[in-house]
Design a protein. Structure first.
Length: 116
């Protein structure tokens, strides 16, 4: 088991989006809600076997950590400059290079409003 996070058993049913779940009785302090878009990226990075997804490092929650390459991951469903700045600063304090993946749909909606 990784030192960065507790092991999360996968939930791979036919009805709900595939996800990881804490053991019964344990609460998840990391992510209160996630979109299908975010879970898709979580599955993608988790499948590589090199990333530790939805994890905490030194008391800070990250969407993912690549320990060998010293990368931190943020899955940004919307443009949140305060959250982005906090993530970048937290990554730098832990000697991690930040990687941010933005959901393009909300950003394309924004750009179409500004060009009209």
């Amino acid at each position: 088991m990784s030192q960065l996070h507790e092991q999360l058993p996968p939930k791979l049913g036919d009805i709900y989006e595939w996800h990881w779940s804490h053991k019964p009785g344990l609460a998840c302090s990391h992510r209160k809600t996630a979109t299908f878009w975010q879970y898709g990226w979580i599955r993608h990075y988790h499948a590589s076997g090199e990333w530790e997804m939805e994890t905490s490092l030194s008391g800070v929650d990250f969407d993912g950590i690549h320990p060998e390459m010293r990368l931190s991951l943020m899955l940004a469903h919307k443009l949140d400059l305060i959250g982005l700045k906090t993530f970048i600063e937290a990554s730098a304090q832990r000697d991690l290079k930040p990687v941010v993946i933005f959901n393009a749909k909300p950003l394309s909606d924004f750009s179409s409003r500004t060009t009209a």
